[in-house]
Design a protein around this ligand. Sequence first.
Ligand SMILES: Nc1ncnc2c1ncn2[C@@H]1O[C@H](COP(=O)(O)OP(=O)(O)OP(=O)(O)O)[C@@H](O)[C@H]1O
Ligand SMILES: [Mg+2]
Length: 472
Amino acid sequence: MTKAIGKVVDKAGIREFSFVATQYFQGDFVELEVVYSGGKKAATIVGEIIHKEATNPYFEKPSAINYLSEKDESITSWNLYIVKVKPIAVIDGEGIRKLDFPPSPGTNVYSAEESTISHVLGLENQGIPIGHLKQQGSLRIHLSEDLLCRTHFSILGRTGSGKSYFARGLAKCIKDRGLIIFSPTEEYNEIAKDINAQVFSKQDLLLPLNTSYIASIYGLTLQEEILFGQFMEKEMSFTQKASFSNQEIAHKFRAMIQAKRKEKPQTALFDIETFDIEGSSRGDATKDKFPKFIGSLLSKIGSKSLFFSKQPMKVPFSRSTIIDMSELDLESQQVIMMYVLSNLLESYRDEKKRRTFPKVIVMIEEVHNFAPSVHATICKNKIIQVAREGRKLGITLSLISQRPRHFDQTVLSQCGTLFLFHIPHPDDVEHIFGISPIYRRDLVDTVRELMVGECLVLGDTARYPLLCSVNF
Ligand SMILES: Nc1ncnc2c1ncn2[C@@H]1O[C@H](COP(=O)(O)OP(=O)(O)OP(=O)(O)O)[C@@H](O)[C@H]1O
Ligand SMILES: [Mg+2]
């Protein structure tokens, strides 16, 4: 071992201790050789430096400053560095464990060897290489894919902090699982080749043409559903087309009703053949207007920008998929997500089918828009269902958000690993720690001080919270 850099000073504790160094030194980790249990056991305490302070006893006397400035001298050789350390663990013959005895004042402190840091932090040489340890650039951080996917994980941070960059890098390194990436932007399309994924964009996002399905998407009332069902039955030739938009359906529906009105102005309600249009039988000024509930049905169906087909989209669970929803409005994106997640759950719940598919990671960008904390969305329950059941079915959710407060707490609480990028507001960080199973209030400031492309890795994949400079 090299020369000691300092000695532990008084009031050393198991959560924190200080040492004094007479010379400035590099590095953020230290190790101490200690003996305990009455001199019987040798151990190495490894700690992380959390604060450094310079003091110079000469300058404690104001008069000395006056004397020195006249002589234009400086006495930096008198400098002492008081260094605060947070112990990470103690390594002894039995393994690595939490420090449960304080180091004695006077114990020598050394800069930690790379192998010791690596050992105590549980850094592996294999797995997903996400970057290097911020404090020790020469040490790479690898994550175990299996540990990462044991439950779900979240990637959180303010806008522009590096979440999507990280998620793309991570996706490229996944070896044993398929990926389904829901992206409200085009930014994932660039990795399609790397992950051998099929990209679904606007024209491919086709939903099934089925009355009850359409009724559930648009929240049709029973009355509206019956009427719409009758329309679908009558207009089968129209439905032979490969695909058509909701606007086309609404247009056709409107045209059909207009035609019927001309044919038979006085007809009975609920039958499209003999359809009664309120008011028309009275032959008054409302004649050319649609009755309220048809108007409501038409506006519901015309609202989202969706496409339907007899041959709806089929996400191939046997390979990776990128769902580029950039040209859809938010509600339509929610419908697509609901549809794909329903299919996914249905397929993976079936044990026989499941055996033929790889395990899968479902990445959801901007998850606060799909599973918000307060109100319901068309896909929120599906996301919650996947969060609850996914682990046993081999489905891992990867949830990405710049607004951790605004995304559903049940979902967040199911995440076993957190990747926290820069989050400026302490309340937001505390909120995350308050909900997730990982509680580290002492790291709130660390998260606030992160730079773009840096993250804190916490949970199942990291034995000790790791500060990572992301670099794939
Ligand atoms: N580790 C990194 N190395 C180099 N560049 C990075 C790194 N992380 C992020 N960047 C760059 O910083 C910018 C913002 O990153 P990114 O798009 O990942 O942010 P974000 O957290 O996803 O933001 P938003 O919430 O707005 O989507 C991008 O131009 C990206 O290339
Ligand atoms: Mg992003």
